[in-house]
Structure formats: structure tokens, C-alpha cells
Design a binder for this molecule. Structure first.
Ligand SMILES: C[S@@+](CC[C@H](N)C(=O)[O-])C[C@H]1O[C@@H](n2cnc3c(N)ncnc32)[C@H](O)[C@@H]1O
Length: 283
């Protein structure tokens, strides 16, 4: 029988926070323990101390901690989650952006904490729709997550009803175009031209210096991810997103997430009960 005592728990909590910024105490203890035991069995670990050593060794080999973090975090996502945010982009932001720069520059989007890809593919779908009427419009869409299994699923791009959340039909009506192609099992299959629009990367938001790849973004999505982090990391991330967004760029958080910094420099854009955060034009 595997016994996890308080000291073990504290050690694991510190390792996970140092590595990924994740506050273990935000995740139900039962879930953490269940996943710990499963991972130990998979690796044939004889003792919890032995497993902790593997977790600690992430600088040389991050395999164990990557799998553990992937298992304890909740990767729930679905296509067109918080549809008002997508409606705002297609109806307001995209037309304004391209009419201001006269189609000279691409619109650059980042989806940070993209889970299985539902979010960046939703963005690719609206980008494709916009390009049908505006063929000169160019987009780049980058997406990243710490969970390598999520990224594998994202690259395959086949989604069952859980990822669709039963919303595709009503969304087709709201957005005014038909979204998704389906296989014989009712799964939504992402077409190659949508897949080609998204570049997936392994990303650890705790490594602030690695976020320089987001420099020059016009839109950053980081929805339902900050919930795992403490206020210090949340605030650092918000400052970093601000720094790397272009003037007039937008940050999107999850609909039920509060903005962590009361004295932040973003302007709030109210989208019928949902929000976006805009970096002012002259900054
Ligand atoms: C609930 S999902 C959110 C997915 C999507 N953004 C959405 O709102 O539908 C949270 C994602 O954050 C990822 N995550 C957690 N910690 C992370 C970190 N330090 N760096 C990058 N991604 C992280 C998890 O792997 C998970 O896929």
C-alpha cells in the first residue's frame, strides 16, 4: 500500500509550483492522490520517495513531472467556449484591425493553455470565415500547452461531443456560417486547411522568459489557466502579456475569471456580459 504523508505532499506541492507555477492546493487532494498512485504504478515506482526523486529531477528529465502535471490539471475545453468573445472578434475586431492597416500586416494570435486545441481551432474557423470575404487578410495562430498529450490530441484534430458541448448548431446560427465537418460517428473533424493555420508548441507559462515568442501579438487568449497560479505569477503573466501585445491588442481570460490586478493598465471592453482587455493605442 502506498502511503502519502503530509511531508510528501508538501514536497510534491513545492516541486510542482517551482516547475509549472501550479498551486497544488487548488486541486482536490483526492484527485492529486489518485493520480499520484496511478503514475507511480505506471512507472513501477516502489516508494513515494522514489517517485519524488523522479519529479525533482525535471531539469535533466521532465518526463515524470510533465505527465503528473498533465494528469492533475483539468483540460476541459470546447469549441467556441464563450461564444461572445468570438462574435466580437469576427464582427468588430477583425474588420477594424484590417481596415486600419489596409491589410498590410497579419493579425497575430496566441492561445496560451490551449488544451486539446479546441480554442485555437475555433479561432482558425473564424479567421477562415473572415478570409472568405476578405482574401487579403492574413492571420498567424500559435497555441501552446504544458501537457504534451493534449498537444498530440490537438494535432490530430478530431473532437467528440464533449468538446463540441452541443453548441455547434446554435453557434452556426449566431455566427451565420456552418462550422465543422463531421465523420460517420458524429465527431467534428478539423480539416487540413484549418490544421495548417495553427502552430502548436510546448509551453510552460511559469517560464516567463520563454514567453518572448508572444511579442508582437494582437490577441492573446489565456482562458481558464490562471486559476492554477498564485497572485504573484498571475500578475507577472498579465504584465508580460501587456508587454508583448501590440497597441490596441486584446487579452481574453475565461468568462468567469476576475482580472487579478486592480491597478492594471488594460482598458476593459464590455462584450455583452463577457470581457476583453485592450492595451491602449498609444502605449
Ligand atoms: C481548463 S484548460 C483551458 C483550455 C482553454 N484555454 C479553454 O479555456 O477552453 C487549462 C489548460 O492549462 C494548461 N496549463 C496548466 N498549467 C500550465 C502551464 N504552466 N503552462 C502552460 N499550460 C498550462 C493545462 O494543461 C490545460 O490544458
Amino acid at each position: 500500500m502506498i502511503i502519502i504523508n503530509e511531508k510528501h505532499y508538501k514536497t510534491i506541492s513545492k516541486i510542482v509550483k517551482d516547475y509549472a507555477g501550479i498551486v497544488l492546493e487548488r486541486i482536490p487532494q483526492k484527485r492529486v492522490e489518485k493520480k499520484l498512485i496511478e503514475q507511480m504504478k505506471l512507472l513501477n515506482c516502489q516508494s513515494i520517495d522514489n517517485y519524488i526523486e523522479l519529479l525533482e529531477n525535471y531539469k535533466n528529465n521532465s518526463f515524470t513531472i510533465d505527465n503528473f502535471v498533465g494528469e492533475i490539471t483539468i483540460s476541459e475545453s470546447y469549441i467556441f467556449r464563450n461564444p461572445r468573445q468570438f462574435e466580437y472578434l469576427i464582427n468588430n475586431y477583425f474588420p477594424e484591425f484590417f481596415s486600419k492597416n489596409n491589410f498590410k500586416f497579419p493579425l497575430r494570435i496566441w492561445s496560451a493553455g490551449c488544451s486539446h486545441g479546441e480554442e485555437p481551432y475555433s479561432l482558425a474557423m473564424i479567421a477562415k470565415d473572415f478570409q472568405q470575404n476578405n482574401p487579403q487578410a492574413k492571420f498567424t495562430i500559435n497555441a501552446g500547452d504544458i501537457n504534451k498529450n493534449n498537444l498530440k490530441t490537438a494535432k490530430i484534430g478530431i473532437y467528440d461531443s464533449k468538446s463540441l458541448h452541443g453548441k455547434m448548431e446554435s453557434l452556426s446560427e449566431i455566427l451565420g456560417f456552418s462550422i465543422g465537418e463531421y465523420d460517420e460517428n458524429g465527431n467534428c473533424v478539423i480539416s487540413d486547411d484549418l490544421k495548417n493555420k495553427v502552430d502548436f508548441h510546448w509551453l510552460n507559462l511559469k517560464n516567463i522568459s520563454s514567453l518572448k515568442i508572444m511579442q508582437g501579438s494582437d490577441i492573446i487568449f489565456c482562458r481558464n489557466v490562471l486559476i492554477y497560479f498564485d497572485d504573484v505569477l498571475k500578475n507577472k503573466l498579465i504584465e508580460t502579456f501587456y508587454k508583448y501585445l501590440n497597441p490596441n491588442g486584446l487579452l481574453f481570460l475565461g468568462e468567469s475569471e476576475c482580472f487579478p490586478m486592480p491597478d492594471n493598465k488594460f482598458e476593459t471592453v464590455d462584450i455583452l456580459g463577457s470581457y476583453a482587455y485592450r492595451k491602449p493605442e498609444n502605449k
